[in-house]
Design a binder for this molecule. Sequence first.
Ligand code: HEM
Length: 444
Amino acid sequence: MSSRLALLTARSLLDNLSGRKVQAYYPGRSMAISSQEQKAITEAFDPGSASFAENPYDVYARLRDLDEPFYYPEMNAYLLSRYQDVESVARNPNMVRSLQAFMPAAYVAEQQRIAQFHDMPNHERFVQFSMLERDGELHRRLRMIVLGKFTRSWVARHQAMIEQTVDRLLDTVLAKVDVDFVEEFAAHIPGHVIGNVLGVPDVDCPQLRSWSENIVQYFDADRSEARKQVAEQATSEFALYLRDLIAQRRRKPGSDLLTHLIEANDAGELSEDELISTSLLILAGGHGSTIDVLGNGMIALLKHRDQLTLLRSRPEYIPAAVQEMIRYDAPLPFFHRYASVDCEVMGISFPKGTKFGLLYGAANRDPQQFAAAHCFDITRSPNRHVAFGRGAHLCLGNNLARLNMETVFSRLLARTKTIELRQSPRFRPGLASRGVSALAVALL
Ligand code: HEM
């Protein structure tokens, strides 16, 4: 495909590297996708629309049918939607999260400015350059420190705590019968569970929700000045809170993740900024995704009553059902990578600096990988979905996320006779997360 690469003009290469929106960056594209087809799919691919929110999967299917990546000008990114392509790019060490890994500092700063990620010193310091946004040795060092404690068996030791949290919340919602499953139940779980794993005292856990939401919301399309200030303020408050908590843990160590990170800090393995940013990432990375995946899983069960009935009669399917809920409606359906070297994707050459969008949500419905990919099947096996990513950045919290969900659905089914959907739920628009803000159900 080198002849295709040769088609790139110096101008279009520069445009891509400078992050400008370039409609016709890749001239070779027209060889496979007619301009009419590109226009039709561009119109259909509107993550901000209500129709996309309701059902992104038909649009994803059209993207998968293309024989090359779909160029999405809004992000100046090439979207990958087939399982095999998404997986191989996510696994490829030359495909990185951060521009810092291979571009000059001035260029990175300019990109931060274009994306409105500048002028927010604490957000930049603790959120934008967290472990998730690092690559290579820098990333590996931080990840290995966390994994030194955050193993599957250590996570499993928190089962009793998760059960207590879930049962306490269920006591309240079961007494009410008609409830908003998301707002009154699911939204309270990650603050307590992740907070506890980190070592945040119970009394402070409710506060974690608004910090986490306000910090993460700035990654949405709305980068207004007001949102910027809210995100910066939340980051500053959380960093201040953590500094206090770190001082307390230094005086009185615990068996929590924060104590483990403090020990690594004392041993000179990570800086205090990295300690704060890693704690913040663990909280923020797991907060919204947990709420969304609980809501999405509940909706899938309620819309597929045969599967709900089967699960009630065969609770041993709970782990498989949870995996299927995560595959069927992934709460984090999109992440990006940059090519740190010239590369070939779907048989087409792309230059260093090209941005790719990995549509994990589309890959999870690829019929080439999953039989009856659009069916919600709690007995699906194997179920090698990519909702937790792949490769170097594979979700660090995946064991905790699954344990949370398994506990929620097993306690919920054990303590109810039936669950009814009271109102058809509305998914929020957007590409980076998928979930509902309200879910009216009756727990009977
Ligand atoms: C069902 C719930 C969750 C889903 C679907 C999910 C999904 C993901 C995905 C797709 C990535 C990889 C991003 C990429 O490819 O660039 C990721 C990374 C990460 N997740 Fe999760 N996540 C979930 C829950 C959690 C929880 C509960 C935690 C922590 C308690 C967590 C912590 C992290 C961290 C720290 C990373 C960054 C790992 C790295 O950069 O090496 N996640 N998550």
